[in-house]
Design a binder for this molecule. Sequence first.
Ligand SMILES: [Zn+2]
Length: 902
Amino acid sequence: MQEKYIPQTVERDAQAHWTAIDAWRALENDPRFPKGKYYACSMLPYPSGKLHMGHVRNYTINDMMARHLRMNGWNVLMPMGWDAFGLPAENAAMANGVAPAAWTWSNIAHMKAQMQSMGLAIDWSREVATCSPEYYRWNQWLFLRMLERGIAYLRTGSVNWDPIDQTVLANEQVIDGRGWRSGALVEKREIPMYYLGISKYADELIDGLDGLGWPDRVKTMQQNWIGRSEGVRFAFPHRLRGEDGNLVGDGRLYVFTTRADTIMGVTFVAVAPEHPVAALAATGRPDIAEFIERCRAGGVAEAEVATREKEGVPTGLFVDHPLTGEPVPVWIGNYVLMSYGDGAVMGVPAHDERDFAFARVYGLPIKQVIAPAQAALAFSTEAWADWYGEKTNGVCVHSGELDGLGYQAAVDRVVERLSAQGLGEKRTTLRLRDWGVSRQRYWGTPIPIIHCDACGAVPVPDEQLPVVLPDDLVPDGSGNPLAKDERFWRTTCPRCHAPARRETDTMDTFVDSSWYFMRYCSPDATHAMVDSRNDYWMPMDQYIGGIEHAVLHLLYARFWTRVMRDIGLVRFDEPFSNLLTQGMVLNDTFYREDDSGRRTWFNPDDVEVAHDDKGRPTGAVLKSDHAAVSLGGIEKMSKSKNNGIDPKAQIEQYGADTARLFTMFASPPEQTLEWSGSGVEGAQRFLRRLWNFAYGRHEAIAIRLRDRASEGIGASALTVPEADGLSESLRDARRDVHTHLRQADFDYSRRQYNTVVSAAMKVLNTLESLGATSTSGQGSATESSILAVSTEGLSILLRLLAPVVPHITHALWVECGYADTGGDLINAAWPQVDEAALTRSQISLVLQINGKVRGSVSVAADADRSAIEAAALASEAFHRAAPGQMPKKIIIVAGRLVNVVV
Ligand SMILES: [Zn+2]
């Protein structure tokens, strides 16, 4: 055994060993694991080329879970793959002139090597890269099944159009309303796109959340995104006729509201710029036409619409209030979306904050129709107050027959009146839109459609799948290169065999991540998307990833799974039984500001920080020039703040075990983690101490284990059979070890990995305090007992730590001879708490005399009052401090102290 801990050697050897025995290959129904399957998986990364600390944390959590469960008898699957399609590869291609495929595959190789250096228990035989045709052919196949069932359909949709680059821009490519490359003002353009009918599944997607072991906030985010709301859809009748002389919309302008109780407070109606009434109003009115045109510019992102300054223009047209018949003016509002409901909303400025602001700007009437339950709250048309919009705590006023009614009664009465006239009914609406999957981009799954002049849009026949994406195109920023690649688009119609054109749109990359976790279960299935092995592993028992995927990815995956269920491919509804969202990794930031106020950020590695005596930072200088830099606070590690720590450099310097130990010890998995250089060094020191402890005893332990094995004791060599005969201090030590083991078991079960690590640290403290034994362990009876307790204690410690620092524990397990009797550490049985060791036979009480601490007294744990009094008076400490004195009174605090008053 090496005297010094050299992590690089230890880790290389351990990893080579695991590779040699194919340690992480997961097999269905593996008889070695009696507890059955456990599928624990991290969200697959985008292959940017470099791991960051967020990845290290995510995968270490997963690995710690996987290794712990395996040692506890579970058949664990931990796979890995690559979310390999997407825009960054196209951007990199433009910047470097390299095809996205070459860039992506080379990044995958780099990142895989970095992951392997972390010692993760990944079954690489199941690796999936979403850009490989073997994978994305099944995206195409399922898309065609959805098309057959009407789940996928064609419809026009709005896109961001860059008029200079003549290309469609993704939302993130629109910056302040302009194209990111050309700087041109972005226009909205309507083009045909494919949509997936996720909204049909909305009820199921909400109801299914109930049974899931997910963080509540993620469930809430999903619910809010789906946005199911109960309300009323009703019409404002009108006599507006179009140029053709017909009534626009058959004389009805429909709106949806969740506040039908405020219908008597309507003072205007606002329609979307694309609404037919807006088009009617623009006839012969250049000012209105110009306003509509202006609204058409600007991005289509929902967030942008929500934050856009509310603007409007009056049309001069009127509709009738459905209950009073009074005329209501129609406005065009830039905040009303045509794609949302009927593209029109009722305006109730007194009880809707947005309408209130709009009415204040344009001087529209504000009519109060709800009064609060507390009479003290007054209503004002000058400034918005929170209670105006409350629907639960008020009653109708100034509302005729609705006066005095609460929310639900008022809504019911309004619905009754409206439906009697055939003008309205209760309706459930969704915020969730159907999922537009067409992207006018190159680096994605080709949509399997062929356009024929005679036959229209024809699905590619199954036997012609996959439609393979050419992997040698280099985009130049001017539109989709697929559309210019004749080899790709020129084809023949599968129906009439006439020359035809392939669809050049590709699928949203969220499609790729919607089912990859099922492909892991049958990665080599050539004739099916998934096979029966998927039934064994799925649903996934534990999914781990960032909160940033709480909405779209998880929602799309849940939808996709249900489509697969409806097609008969799987027999479950929910793909992820449990979800853990790991916290962010934070670090200090440092910067200098130039005269114009622009900040340059410096990496914490290049900065030296001075601290006061309480450890608070007082200032910092750049190592290179020793001049001051400013402290910018603690922020999420990011490129923009230059405060990332490179895992590769950390692993090269300290080893993977140190990086793993620090990230697990510094914070519980779901909390944020603050990076700390001294914390990393502390983790490294602990591992050196562990190594030194084992080095000093490994020969004696190995001999003891061998001797006991030769006596036929074998597997039980890791316990202390002579525990009854141990001295009190050795019994105390065993009790400590088993108490910490019990604590660690509890913390493992609730995934509180930071306190697992601290329990292990305490075990090492205890074992160190036992002192050393001679090399042979053959000395006195005391030495032999110390060796017995050390042998057991170290075996528990190594197993406790194996999931978090697998390399060093593997090496020490072998060097100390445990592997000879117990086999490989990765397969070792999890240590069992010895309940007998936990019972305390003797306890120590503080001895006070006249309230002053004078020593301690040892008594049986179950000693009664008279026994404790006798022990106190008989103690050496009493005789020393109060020789010959008689006690006047003896006070006992159970389990803690005895105070003798003399
Ligand atoms: Zn045809």
